[in-house]
Design a protein. Structure first.
Length: 301
C-alpha cells in the first residue's frame, strides 16, 4: 500500500501536472470505486470541474475542485489508493475485446511496458488532451466526491491522527498514547488514528533504526526510546520521499516509474538476507495479520 512518501510523491506530481486543468469526462470499467455519491450523479457532477489544488491527508489524495457554473461552487474529491492503486498521467484508448472494455496505453516508456501500470480502471479526461488514469490491480481504491464540508467531516479524514511529519506527532504526544496501550508497538504504529501516513514498510524500517523489537509492548517503551523512534520515523519518511518512495510490488509514480527507496531498504521485504549492520539474517514474523521484518540480533526484546 502506498504510504506517506509514495502518496506525497504522487501529490507533488499531480500539483505540477494537473492543477488548473478541467475534468471534461470520466470513464471506468469499475463503477464501484466511486463510493459517494451514487455513480450516475458522480458522472454528472465530476464534469466541468477545474482542479484548483491537490493535497495529501494521511494516505488520502484530496482534489479541490471548482465548478464552471456562475457561482463557481467548490467541491472536494477524496481518493484512497488502498492496496494497489496509483495515479498515472498518459493517454489510453478504450476499445472492446471479447465484449469487455479495456484500456491500452498509447504512451511509450514505463507506463506501457510495466504490467503494474496496465490495470487502468478509471480515467479522468482533462481539457488539455491528457488523461489522469487510476491503475488498480485489486480494485480496492476509493473515490468520494462531495462538498468540502462533507468530505472534511467524513470518517476517512476525521479519524486521522496527526500527520507523521507534523510537529504534533512528537515524543510527548506519542509517549502518552503508548502508555495506554499494551499491544506490541508495531501494530500501534500502523494505526492511522495514532499517526497518519505510516504503513508496514516504514514501520519496520523505523523500528530497526531505533533498535526496538516489533513485539515490544507499547507501554514498555521508555521516553528516550519513543524519542528515538519518532526521529527514526521522520528521517526514514523524508529519505524515502527524496527517492520518490518504495516500489516493493506495484507502486509507481505518475510517470509509471518505480521509487528508489527499495534499493536501500534496511529490513522491509528482506527476509533471510543479511542485516546491514550485524550480518545476521533478517527475520519475518506475523503480528496480527501483518508481516514484520526485523533483525533478532539488533532488535532484542
Ligand atoms: Zn542486525
Amino acid at each position: 500500500m502506498p504510504e506517506l512518501p509514495e502518496v506525497q510523491t504522487i501529490v507533488n506530481d499531480l500539483k505540477k501536472r494537473v492543477c488548473g486543468r478541467t475534468i471534461v469526462d470520466y470513464w471506468t470499467d469499475t463503477p464501484k470505486l466511486v463510493k459517494k455519491p451514487a455513480f450516475k450523479r458522480f458522472l454528472k457532477e465530476i464534469k466541468d470541474q477545474t482542479i484548483i489544488d491537490v493535497q495529501r491527508r494521511g494516505k488520502n489524495v484530496l482534489f479541490f475542485l471548482e465548478g464552471h457554473n456562475r457561482n463557481k461552487k467548490l467541491s472536494e474529491m477524496l481518493t484512497h489508493q488502498k492496496m494497489t492503486g496509483h495515479f498515472l498521467i498518459g493517454k489510453w484508448n478504450i476499445g472492446k475485446k471479447g465484449g469487455k472494455k479495456f484500456s491500452t496505453p498509447e504512451t511509450k516508456g514505463p507506463i506501457s511496458s510495466d504490467k503494474y501500470n496496465n490495470y487502468v480502471r478509471a480515467i479522468f479526461y482533462l481539457d488539455n488532451g491528457q488523461q489522469l488514469g487510476l491503475s488498480d490491480l485489486r480494485k480496492f481504491a476509493k473515490i468520494m466526491l462531495g462538498t468540502p464540508e462533507e468530505i472534511e467531516n467524513s470518517n476517512d479524514l476525521k479519524q486521522l491522527g496527526p500527520d507523521a511529519l507534523s510537529k504534533e506527532f512528537n515524543a510527548d504526544y506519542f509517549y502518552n498514547v503508548l502508555q495506554k496501550r499494551k499491544k506490541p508497538i508495531k501494530p500501534v504504529l500502523l494505526e492511522q488514528s495514532v499517526a497518519s501516513g505510516i504503513g508496514n514498510i516504514y514501520g519496520d524500517e523505523a523500528l530497526f533504526i531505533s533498535k526496538i523489537n516489533p513485539l515490544k509492548k507499547s507501554n514498555a517503551l521508555s521516553k528516550r526510546q519513543v524519542r528515538t523512534l519518532i526521529d527514526a520515523i521522520k528521517s526514514v519518511l523524508k529519505k524515502s520521499l527524496k527517492l520518490r518512495g518504495t516500489s516493493s510490488s506495484d507502486y509507481r509514480d505518475t510517470y509509471g516509474e518505480k521509487g528508489g527507496y527499495h534499493r536501500i531498504r534496511l529490513v522491509y521485504d528482506r527476509e533471510g538476507e543479511p542485516c546491514r549492520i550485524c550480518g545476521e539474517p533478517i527475520k519475518r514474523i506475523k503480528i496480527g495479520q501483518r508481516s514484520s521484518h526485523y533483525c533478532p540480533h539488533c532488535q532484542k526484546m
